[in-house]
Design a protein around this ligand. Structure first.
Ligand code: PEP
Ligand code: MG
Length: 756
């Protein structure tokens, strides 16, 4: 059964379009389970109606015509209950309803399985049989597994292939894809898909600039793969028996066949770029074998896909001009958009980001916020291959994406964009001034930075300095560790542009979701593994090079602070401090006028919360990294969209931990601030102020908003609000209380800026 299931899923996933994917499901299920009918009904968006989208067995003329309300019939009952219904003699059930167009009266046995994703009912999968019988457990288990695995594909069908059929007068606004909020704001632009290399099914549709050149590209790729196969055959000739070597001949033969190459060339001539034409001809050729009963012949389908991947690799090696064909208002889309992919797009074109994986705390989202680019993360149901070139709206506030939106939605979002612009312009002035509470206390507000320093210089003008400079970004966009001189230059540029205000450079914090292409780390649980200070203490040569560069960059400026990430034990602080002193004394010996900078520790691991006083007493300051602290306290992966709803910065446990850190640091007579994203959310920042945090370090987009909040709330008032929300147990109620406080203070415009 498992083997059958995998084959169906593979076949469905490589279907040329989503209408065809549904057809494959019904056809294959009917055959595999030896039933008389298999049908898929999908929920019409925004209604409580199911529409027959595919069937093998019922009258094909009733496709898209049979509509069933959740209150009607057995299919409706499956939807209503969201559980399987297995009936020996369906017509005898009180909910049985006869739909004359379907010819259904002939079928007695009925098994309906709900198709559910993220607690949402998408449709119902039904099998039926003429004679009276009860489907056995194995049938039910098979269909439940299939429905669960295909829910994503079915959503794609809803969103692309079957969209028109589904629309049928329904409310446009429901045809959105749900992700999670990544970076606030609204973007309207054209999707540009960054797809993983050598992944045929992820290749997006694109139009080639020059068809002849595109055909040549493909023919060159065929030539190269042929040469490579001949070379492999020769090399294996000495090792493999003749029958095994025949495989290479088979590959070479398929490559030379019209079915593959000619079909691909035809596809290009019909207006597809070579990778998409190849994707389609491979899917077509492979599916012929997939349907065969003979296991040996079925394997040939895999051979064809393997050949396809090889050809695609060659096509991808061909340098296309950077920016070739890119839309001027570009929304970057990818299954798992990386920092490097984002940094690669011309910032003038980049309007928005959509990533299938990740959440608001992923580093790509943090980077998007720094660049003030709206982003939606965790949009698992994206039909990537079919998005390229289509208009999309990215709603970074609610985590929704609209594909080819209707006029009404577009107008609404354009209005929102205008309002946003007005609010930002109104706030810009505020960002430039220091933040005072209504009773005159000055609260330092720093900014977080890390990518191209120059982007943020203008905004830095209004801040009290840089509270967190993530040094790993320059490491991530290179193909080797940057040397001491190179790093000195980068840090000097930042320190100089912000001087005399302070800059807190954080030592290298890689591991977790931040990997360096040239320093791969393979771990089962990367966030609980070799990360941050753990790596740099194990590699003192990397740590010392970095600290030396920082100290050199600081000569004559003296606005450097150094901060250590991922500290989970006091001994790590002692070791890091000792290494900084070592770097300093080496430089002094070399005649460099280095000074020992102020040093601090990030509190982002629960053990550090409990040791806050001891840790703080060893350094000059501590800064809470709430992005990690929340994930470790609540055991919720910051990158996992599946559990994004559980990632709550306003969880009472988080608030209590933060209060403990403030007490610990103040008992040690040290300053304490927050540099995690929580500080950038005006509602949360009220609580941080109330706890007694000495400073906040925020994203560029949060600067003016948080300053506005500070100018409206005294410490005493914030402390009162904190006390009242600590009586609440539910993070959602805490959020609502704070939103009400913002509105009451006349800051309603800030309410939308954060949801968690
Ligand atoms: C944090 O964890 O809150 C933090 C600021 O560091 P990063 O997001 O880079 O892990
Ligand atoms: Mg962190």
């Amino acid at each position: 059964m498992l083997d059958l299931l995998q084959r169906i899923i593979q076949e469905v996933n490589s279907a040329a379009d989503h209408g065809r994917a549904l057809e494959i499901i019904v056809r294959r299920v009917k055959r595999v389970l030896h039933v008389d009918v298999c049908s898929v009904f999908l929920v019409r968006p925004g209604t409580s109606e199911l529409l027959l989208m595919a069937t093998d067995g019922l009258n094909p003329e009733c496709l898209f015509n049979v509509r069933i309300d959740f209150n009607e019939g057995l299919v409706g009952l499956v939807a209503q209950r969201a559980e399987p219904i297995n009936l020996e003699d369906a017509p005898r059930h009180p909910r049985y309803k006869y739909f004359p167009q379907t010819g259904e009266e002939r079928y007695r046995a009925f098994l309906g399985i709900p198709i559910v994703q993220h607690r949402k009912l998408l449709g119902v999968l039904v099998v039926q049989q003429r004679e009276q019988r009860r489907f056995d457990d194995e049938h039910t288990a098979f269909l439940i597994t299939l429905a669960a695995q295909l829910a994503g594909t079915i959503i794609h069908a809803e969103l692309s292939g079957g969209m028109d059929a589904l629309r049928l007068g329904s409310d446009d606004s429901d045809l959105s894809i749900r992700g999670v909020e990544g970076a606030p704001g609204v973007a309207i632009g054209t999707a540009w898909v960054a797809y993983p290399s050598a992944n045929l099914s992820a290749v997006p549709d694109r139009v080639p600039a020059d068809i002849k050149a595109e055909v040549r590209l493909f023919q060159d790729a065929v030539q190269s793969v042929q040469t490579e196969l001949l070379r492999l055959k020769e090399r294996m000739g000495r090792i493999l028996p003749a029958e095994e070597r025949a495989l290479f001949d088979a590959y070479i033969m398929i490559l030379g066949s019209d079915a593959l190459t000619q079909r691909t060339v035809e596809g290009i001539r019909a207006g597809k770029w070579a990778p998409a034409a190849l994707r389609d001809s491979i899917a077509e050729n492979a599916s012929v074998f997939d349907e065969m009963d003979d296991a040996y012949l079925r394997e040939r389908g895999e051979d064809i896909r393997d050949l396809g991947r090889r050809l695609l690799m060659y096509l991808e090696k061909t340098p296309r001009q950077s920016g070739e064909g890119q839309p001027s208002k570009l929304v970057l889309v990818g299954e798992n958009v990386s920092v490097a992919e984002l940094a690669d797009i011309d910032p003038d074109r980049l309007m928005g980001v959509i990533s299938g994986r990740g959440s608001a705390s992923s580093h790509v989202a943090i980077l998007a916020r720094a660049l003030e680019i709206p982003a939606v993360m965790g949009a698992v149901d994206l039909p990537y291959g079919r998005l390229d070139g289509r208009e999309v709206i990215v709603d970074g506030y609610t985590g929704r994406i609209y594909l080819e939106p209707g006029a009404q939605i577009r107008v609404e979002y354009e209005r929102l964009q205008r309002e946003e612009k007005e609010l930002s312009e109104g706030l810009a002035e505020r960002a430039a001034k220091p933040a005072f509470t209504p009773d005159g206390e000055r609260v330092p507000v720093y900014v977080n930075s890390g990518l191209l320093a120059d982007i943020n210089v203008a905004f830095m003008a209004g801040s009290d300095g840089v509270g967190l400079y993530r040094t790993e970004f320059p490491f991530m966009v290179r193909d080797r560790f940057p040397g001491e001189q190179e790093q000195t230059r980068i840090y000097r540029q930042v320190l100089e542009s912000v001087a005399p205000r302070p800059v807190t450079l954080r030592t290298l914090d890689v591991g977790g979701d931040k990997t360096l292409p040239y320093f791969p780390i393979e771990e089962d649980n990367p966030f609980l593994g070799w990360r941050g200070i753990r790596i740099t203490l194990d590699h003192p040569e990397i740590f010392l090079t970095q600290v030396r560069a920082m100290l050199r960059a600081n000569v004559g400026l003296n606005n450097l602070k150094v901060m250590f990430p991922m500290i989970s034990a006091v001994s790590e602080v002692d070791e890091a401090l000792a290494l900084v002193r070592q770097a300093w004394s080496e430089l002094v010996e070399e005649g460099v006028e280095a000074v020992i900078p102020e040093m601090g520790v990030m509190i982002e691991v629960p053990s550090a919360v409990y040791m806050a006083q001891t840790i703080a007493s060893r350094v000059a300051f501590v800064s809470v990294g709430t992005n990690d602290l929340v994930q470790y306290l609540l055991a919720v992966d910051r990158n996992n969209a599946q559990v994004a709803d559980l990632y709550r910065t306003m969880h009472p446990a988080v608030l209590r931990a933060l209060i403990d850190v403030v007490h610990g640091a103040h008992a040690a007579k040290r300053t304490v601030g927050v540099c995690g994203e929580m500080a950038s959310d005006p509602a949360s920042a009220i609580l941080l102020l109330g706890m007694g945090m000495d400073n906040l370090s925020v994203t560029v987009s949060g600067l003016s908003r948080v300053k506005w909040m500070i100018s409206s709330f005294t410490r005493a008032r914030s402390a009162e609000i904190l006390e009242s929300v600590l009586k609440l147990e539910d993070p959602v109620m805490i959020r609502e209380t704070l939103n009400r406080e913002l509105v009451r203070a006349g800051l309603g415009g800030l309410v939308r800026a954060g949801k968690r």
